[in-house]
Design a protein around this ligand. Structure first.
Ligand code: C2E
Ligand code: CA
Ligand code: CA
Length: 829
């Protein structure tokens, strides 16, 4: 029992080996016929070997699938042919052979159909290399089996047959040979089938001894050769076709992958339309961007997507883009507005027409991106370029444009326009005292109050800081002043900032086109001059530009220029006015007063140049000079004599002020207790950290502080309690009218009383008459200063003054004759 089984197994092994050998030979023959890998690599030099292998595999698999697809037709054909042969030769040949042939062909055919059915399912997916090899082997085995079976047919049936039957044999053989075409795609399989048939037919014909048969054998050989070559080229074509299909599908996959990658990695998306401009091949990304399902978008006209809801209104750029779609014109980075109920969106689109074979427009393909965010920020930037972010009013840039347009309009006779230049009064105090948050809020409130004045032909601007402007088309100055009055009333009403109440005013300068200026620059300049005058006249008023303002402006400029040079040219000098103790007439100190002797202007009074120096900031350098000179001078005086130096609020506020003081004391060697700083109340209005620090630091260094011009300006007695002050200087305006019936004496008495309570010394300024001195002396005022004693004199006269003044004083007030009235010591200056 075991013997035959072993021999059967070894037989199978031999059979499989033989088949492999045959198949390899056929394959090699196919390879020799010159295609395959060469074909694969010829057109794809840039493809990697691994990809080539994959192409090869997929192509082989594709060819097998094609062959298998034809297998059932082949099987039916072979079955039918076998039946026909049996029928035709039943009486002419051995029935045993015929039945055997039928059985072999039939079972092999059925086997082929079963195998085809099995493998077709497998190869529709992605078969492995081994599976493909097996498929080839099975196909080859079946082809060989059928081919070999048929090869017996001519050899068995041809020799004994008559002429008719021989013709049938030849015809069937020829037909069978041509069946190689059916197996065509795989050359090796076709060869395994056709070669035995050709061989069998040839042997049968050649060995029959018949002359006609021999010549048919030759013909058969020629025919077979022809079939071989045409099958080969058919196989080559099939291979090429399948390879192309594999390659295209591979490339499609790659392109699809790249596109998906592209859409995923950028904010861009791809769109496609057909000939009618309707969406085609809608990607999920497009659906996501549009916010509608893919199915809804597919076939939707692009125009419908661009239009706004019900009205069908198109946004900017849409009509242009639809025109391009219609005309088939490529476009690049076209920004299209999409008006939507939930807010306008912006798309940036590029597109290229797709043409069909005939060159007609077949559709469009392009890229799009949603640029809404960048559009919004661009719009914001554009807004900020023309509008003030704090108040939302138009800014200086827009003012420039509009003022320029109004100037042009006026120049062409289109009508006048007034520029109202507004500057808030007292804004700085609010800003400094309550902080910048409150300041900003106040500015916003002012803008809100100005806004209602805006109308057709009236524009409101914030030019910066607390400066605003109004451009107002009008017939003349009268209309402009009417508006100015209304604005002042509106802005000056009290404000509430959180819990705080604030009051500010506004001053307005007015200039008009075309009478005052015809360009924005000079219009602003002239309104500014008018504003300056409005401020000088008392705040909360308006002033129209006048020619003489320009003249005073010019002289001011010239003064500025001369003042700039005065320090370098040493045109300044200090004079010293004595301060005399009312108790004994002793000179307790001197006030240093600046004198400017200009070579071109002569003597310029401080009241004229100090404000200019303050406005330009030159006061800092000039004040430093005064401080140094005065200290140096005072260091030479008797030890008990003080020096008083005037310090402008501007200078006092600077951070280098304390350093200047220290440097002046250090350089002169003057004892700090002998230096007195004269400041005015306006210093206290500015409660910045620097101001307060400077005040306390001066005191801690032992430097005395005198409050100058007391009684003028803001005059709040509460300052005296709040701030560290050593002395009050009663302003000369009170002293001048001291003997009036009015309240001046009462004011002086009140000041003296408070000062006494707070242990603050009092100096009366501008004492010109002995009566004035007498009244002050009777009320225990500490010191006096004025022309009665002496005007300010050059440093060289100080020793003389120190010696002379007490003598003159005693002559004025001999302790024995207290009521005696003396003539003035010195009159005028
Ligand atoms: P001030 O500080 O009130 O100085 C006193 C002014 O009154 C001086 O005028 C002085 O000459 C004048 N005066 C003195 N006695 C009498 C008098 O009996 N009757 C009248 N009618 N006037 C008298 P001056 O020198 O013209 O100075 C004017 C102002 O200039 C000063 O007022 C002061 O505010 C400022 N100033 C002067 N020198 C300096 C300085 O070095 N620095 C700063 N920042 N300001 C200075
Ligand atoms: Ca003074
Ligand atoms: Ca004074």
């Amino acid at each position: 029992m075991s013997e035959p089984r072993r021999s059967a197994a070894s037989n199978r092994r031999v059979g499989a080996a033989a088949l492999r050998l045959l198949l390899g030979a056929a394959e090699r023959l196919g390879a020799v016929c010159g295609f395959r890998r060469h074909e694969v690599s010829a057109e794809a030099s840039s493809t990697s070997p691994a990809t080539l292998d994959r192409y090869m595999l997929e192509t082989r698999s594709g060819m097998l699938v094609e062959t298998l697809r034809l297998a059932k037709f082949s099987a039916i054909t072979h079955g039918a042919v076998a039946l026909t042969v049996v029928g035709l030769f039943w009486n002419a040949a051995s029935p045993t052979y015929l039945v055997a042939l039928l059985l072999v062909i039939g079972t092999t055919s059925i086997g082929a159909v079963v195998a085809a059915w099995r493998y077709q399912g497998l190869f529709a997916g992605t078969p492995t290399e081994a599976q493909i090899e097996r498929g080839y082997r099975v196909a080859g085995a079946i082809a060989l089996a059928i081919g070999s079976s048929w090869s017996t047919m001519p050899m068995v049936l041809f020799p004994p047959s008559d002429a008719d039957h021989r013709m049938i044999v030849v015809a069937i053989a020829a037909g069978l040979i041509s069946d190689a075409y059916v197996l065509g795609p795989i050359l090796s399989v076709a060869l395994l089938f056709a070669a035995p048939v050709v061989l069998g037919s040839f042997i049968a014909l050649a060995t029959s001894g018949d002359g006609v048969a021999a010549s048919i054998a030759v013909l058969l050989a020629i025919y077979a050769t022809f079939v071989l070559f045409s099958v080969r080229s058919m196989s080559l074509l099939s291979f090429q076709r399948i390879l192309d299909r594999v390659r295209v599908s591979d490339q499609n996959q790659t392109i699809g992958l790249l596109l998906r990658e592209f859409e995923a990695s950028t904010s861009d998306w791809l769109w496609e339309t057909d000939r009618e401009g309707c969406f085609d091949h809608v990607s999920r990304r497009v659906a996501q961007v549009v916010g509608r399902p893919v199915e809804q978008l597919q076939g939707l006209p692009f125009a419908e997507l661009l239009a706004c809801g019900d009205g069908g209104r198109f946004g900017a750029g849409a009509v242009e883009m639809l025109g391009f779609l219609r005309e088939g014109i490529a476009f690049q980075d076209l920004v299209v507005e999409l008006p939507r109920a939930e807010g306008t969106r912006w798309w940036q689109l590029s597109g290229k027409p797709v043409l069909d074979r005939t060159g007609r427009l077949a559709g469009f393909r392009g890229v799009g991106s949603d640029v809404t965010a960048s559009r919004i920020s661009e719009a914001r930037i554009a807004f900020l370029a023309s509008y003030d972010s704090l108040t939302g009013l138009a800014n200086r840039a827009l003012f420039q444009d509009l003022a320029s347009a109004e100037c042009d309009r006026a120049a062409e006779g289109g009508g006048a326009c007034a520029l109202l230049y507004l500057d808030l009064d007292g804004f700085k105090v609010v800003n400094d005292s309550f902080g910048h948050g409150a300041g900003d809020q106040l500015l916003r409130s002012v803008a809100q109050r100005l806004q209602p004045f805006a109308s057709e032909g009236t524009w409101i601007f914030r030019l910066g800081g607390d400066e605003f402007a109004v451009l107002h088309r009008c017939r003349g100055a009268a209309e402009a002043t009417l508006l100015a009055g209304a604005i002042i009333a509106a802005v000056s009403a009290p404000y509430r900032i959180d819990a705080l109440a604030a009051e500010i005013g506004v001053s307005i300068g007015i200039a008009l086109t075309p009478t005052d200026a015809l360009d924005p620059g000079s219009l602003l300049l002239k309104a500014d001059l008018a504003l300056y005058r409005a401020k000088a006249r008392g705040k909360g008023t308006f002033h129209l530009f006048e020619r003489d303002l320009e003249v005073s402006q010019r002289t001011r400029r010239e003064l500025e220029a001369d003042l700039k040079l005065a320090l370098q040219r040493r045109e300044f000098e200090l004079h010293y006015q004595p301060l005399t103790a009312l108790r004994d007439g002793r000179v307790v100190g001197f006030e240093a007063l600046l004198r400017w002797r200009s070579p071109t202007r002569g003597f310029v009074p401080p009241a004229e140049f100090i404000p200019v120096a303050e406005a330009t900031g030159m006061i800092v350098a000039i004040g430093r000079y005064a401080l140094q000179t005065a200290c140096r001078e005072a260091a030479r005086w008797p030890a008990e004599t003080r020096i008083a130096v005037n310090i402008s609020p501007i200078q006092f506020r600077t951070s280098e002020f304390l350093r200047d003081i220290a440097a002046a004391l250090e350089a002169s060697g003057l004892e700090p207790g002998r230096l007195e700083i004269e400041i005015t109340e306006s210093v206290f209005l500015d409660k910045t950290a620097i101001t307060m620090a400077n005040l306390h630091e001066l005191r801690s260094r032992g430097i005395r502080i005198a409050l100058d011009d007391f009684g003028t300006g803001y005059s709040s007695l509460s300052y005296l309690a709040k701030f560290p002050v050593d002395k009050i200087k009663i302003d000369r305006s009170f002293v001048r009218d001291i003997d009036d019936e009015g309240g001046n004496l009462a004011v002086i008495e009140a000041i003296l009383a408070i000062a006494q309570k707070l242990s603050i010394a009092v100096t009366a300024e501008g004492v010109e008459t002995a009566e004035q001195a007498q009244v002050l002396r009777a009320r225990a005022c500490n010191d006096i200063q004025g022309f009665l004693i002496s005007p300010a004199r050059p440093a060289s006269e100080i020793p003389d003054l120190i010696a002379r003044v007490p003598k003159d004083f005693h002559r004025l007030f001999p302790s024995s004759v207290r009521t005696e009235i003396q003539p003035r010591l010195v009159v005028g200056r």
